[in-house]
Design a binder for this molecule. Structure first.
Ligand code: UD1
Length: 343
């Protein structure tokens, strides 16, 4: 059986890795890269680091407005799917690549599975929320990472095609964490930080507010700047290297995980990083008003702090419950997904 996974952004390269590893003895697994992310530190490096074969097709879709980017991915994916004729397609997460690939695939009548289904922020201003809802309602099989995400699918009447399989990111993170820990890792006074989301970067006032608050941190903020942040800061003439902030180029996965392990905590507006911080045992401040990963909040390891009110406090020192890796139930999720998909 031929299975095609369609990915295009950094978080999706991480999620496809365990599926690629486990599929080796079970089916023919091919990867299409939509090319939504094209900078090497956001794309090529991940394939090498995670030991996954290069994509069989790169669609070079690149950046653009939502309509333009989604449309390019949709039409190019359709063309390639007609050529590759897969029996099954897998899509991942909530990006423009996800919704475009899903549309192309289901309209060709190919059985399509959504990995990381059921996540909701209940904030329709986020482009990702629209992508998730659309993808879940269109796909044939929904692979939910957590109980809460499964419940969201049930609430939307999607129970029949939904499966609780755990989180594939646990497997990728475990692989990279072991590589990171093979070298000496020493914790120092710094906070690993990323800001890239449209809500925090698209308006000058908001971006200025976030950066000037980060600058007030009592310990160094190591800001790993996503290309979107760099571009927006330049457009608005905002200096990123202010006060406590030290700017670094967006890093590959091994470097990112090593840096998190060497930090006291994480500040981010990314979805995946909130979870990675938890699984690596680092407290997190999330620069958003809501999260799809409520489990990290309930355990006390993650705090929503959209206005960075905690920035001057020693927030990383608060006491918390021990980490419970079972929340993400991820040890065998790629095997569970493939079992259901290939049936
Ligand atoms: C996308 C996803 C977001 C995910 C993030 C992970 C959507 C709607 N958003 O956001 O959910 O959390 O990926 O990183 O799909 N750029 C480059 N080089 C690149 C890629 C992007 O310079 O390789 C710059 C461009 O200026 C581009 C901007 O970043 O216009 C935004 O890129 P885009 O792919 O549209 O969304 P992300 O912000 O990366």
């Amino acid at each position: 059986m031929r299975v095609v996974s369609i990915v295009g952004t950094r978080p999706q390269f991480i999620k496809v890795a365990p599926i690629s590893w486990r599929s080796r003895d079970l089916c023919e697994h091919l990867i299409i890269n939509t090319g939504q992310h094209y900078d090497p530190e956001l794309s090529d490096d991940f394939f090498k680091e995670l030991n996954i074969p290069s994509p069989v097709e790169n669609l070079y879709s690149g950046s653009g407005n939502h309509g333009e980017q989604t449309a390019k991915i949709l039409s190019r994916t359709e063309e390639v799917l007609l050529k590759l004729k897969p029996d099954r397609v897998l899509v991942y997460g909530d990006t423009n690549s996800t919704i475009a690939a899903t549309l192309a695939s289901v309209k060709l009548g190919i059985k399509t599975g959504h990995v990381e289904a059921g996540l909701r922020s209940f904030n329709r201003v986020m482009p990702e929320e629209i992508n998730r809802i659309g993808t879940d309602h269109l796909s044939d099989l929904l692979f939910a990472p957590t109980k809460a995400s499964l419940q969201n699918l049930v609430n939307e009447g999607l129970e029949e095609k939904s499966y609780l399989v755990g989180d594939v990111m646990v497997e990728s993170l475990d692989y990279i964490k072991n590589k990171a820990l093979a070298k000496k890792v020493s914790v120092s006074e710094k906070i690993f930080t990323t800001i890239h989301r449209a809500e925090n970067t698209n308006s000058k006032e908001r971006l200025q507010f976030v950066i000037s608050n980060l600058a007030k941190s009592p310990v160094p903020i190591h800001l790993y700047a996503h290309p979107r942040l760099v571009r927006k800061a330049k457009e608005f003439s905002i200096e990123l290297s202010q006060g406590s902030i030290k700017v670094f180029k967006s890093a590959g996965y091994l470097k990112t995980v090593t840096e998190i392990l060497e930090s006291k905590g994480v500040i981010t507006d990314s979805g995946g990083l909130q979870k990675e911080a938890y699984l690596l045992g680092r407290p997190c401040l999330t620069v958003r008003s809501e999260t799809e990963w409520s489990e990290t909040i309930e355990s006390g390891w993650n705090e929503l702090d959209p206005n960075l009110n905690q920035i001057s406090n020693q927030w990383w020192n608060n006491s918390r419950e021990p980490i419970n890796i079972k929340i993400f139930n991820g040890i065998n999720s790629s095997t569970k997904i493939l079992d259901i998909l290939l049936k």
